[in-house]
Design a protein around this ligand. Sequence first.
Ligand code: FRU
Length: 485
Amino acid sequence: MFNQKNKVTRADYEQWRAGQDETAARIASDPDRLLFHVEPELGWLNDPNGLVQIGDTYHIYHQYDPFDAAHGGPVLWNHLTTKDFVTYENHGPVLFPDSDLDSSGAYSGSAFVRDGKIHYFYTGNVKHFDRDDYDYVLTGREQNQIHVVAENPDELGEKRIAVGPVDYPDDIGTHVRDPKILEHDGIYYMVLGARTKDDRGCVLVYTSRNLEDWSYATRIELGEKFGFMWECPGYLELEADGGVPAKWLSFSPQGLEGGRWDRGNVYAAGYMPVTGDITGGDSAYDLGEFHLWDAGFDFYAPQEFASEDGRHILIGWMGMPDADYGNAPTVAHGWQHCFTVPRLLTKGENGTLLQTPVPELDARRSAAALTLRNGEEASLSPCFDLTAAPAGDFALTVAHGVELVYTEQDSTCVLQFTDPAQASGRTQRRTKLSAPCRSVRVVGDRSSLEIFLNDGAAVFSTRYYPAAGDVAVKISGTDALVYSL
Ligand code: FRU
């Protein structure tokens, strides 16, 4: 009924939603529903948008197709809030593809607070359907970067084009999206993911002094082709030793090929350390090695934001578009995908970033912890938090169907499914650590596992589908401490 060919207004949505109470109740009782992760009330969720703290409240938006768990419909922005990153209040959709600027979807973007007002920037996706020979890469599509100012995060104001197709360099095709705003010395920067006409991913940078008028500044790219499209760019600075900030560019490249990319996910999400100035100043810049944010099956298009107390927090979409595996059990119930737990970012070794669950999550830990001895198996709550400090090889099995195996000899960690019923098509992922594995933390939330190795130097995120109820967890090679969450 709803598709990208027609606009969707708030009234259309509300009329449709009025008939969905039964479906929503059925979804809410699915045993695969998560306890402390963001997930959609109905249908499909994709990447996090507009992450921002206002007062004591974190505002979280996400790409949302409530109409279809397999994402056949258009995307809206749904709004949630949290004060503790553990319980979330769902406020429902706030941004609809209801205008000529965004008629085929209110795509991803960000939020920026200035002088008490929230400035949202997102991509209005417009597809044309008057001909049947459009490829929607070079023809038949426009992507507008739209600016909306709001005083109330539940009521977004008038939509105006901040940067549109006339502002893109001539060699850029129709794919330009996911604006993220930064401020530096009184100048605002907008980074945009883009695809050149000859299929090279890059980031376009626009600048503004007032958030209204934008001009093209520069392009961030690599000498060698690195994928055909870079989605959801972000730029992050952390105070480092001696007051010199350490800097990173984050993006989600599509179309990486060859070598390790052929054994990994269909699309990647990662970051590169930056030296110099990527914002279009006079100095040159250099991009270092590309590090995956997460080596698991389900991680894409993350967004980072700074909290008022100066923490840098990353939230990823625990999903993967166009993958050859999926989430059949939840789709059958009418919903799909979730976010990762919010992750605190700190500086690691050699241009890397460490990710650890925000400490707020510790508040869910049970008073008493259980010690799981080397070689022992225990039946645990499916919401658990396990930590271990291995000194060499170790293996961990969850629900008899998912294994994490670490081999000290080559510092390699493998995540593999041994029970197809739990995998929904997932097979194996591996990562080589840059140092021997000396810490493991596994956060389980019913149908999700997030595994943090070496204090978050490497992470695996995956969905999995164990039978409802407690899960068997077995560790060998080391003891572990387990809390239920
Ligand atoms: C990332 C993404 C973004 C886009 C949005 C559309 O998964 O493809 O680039 O804005 O999803 O829903």
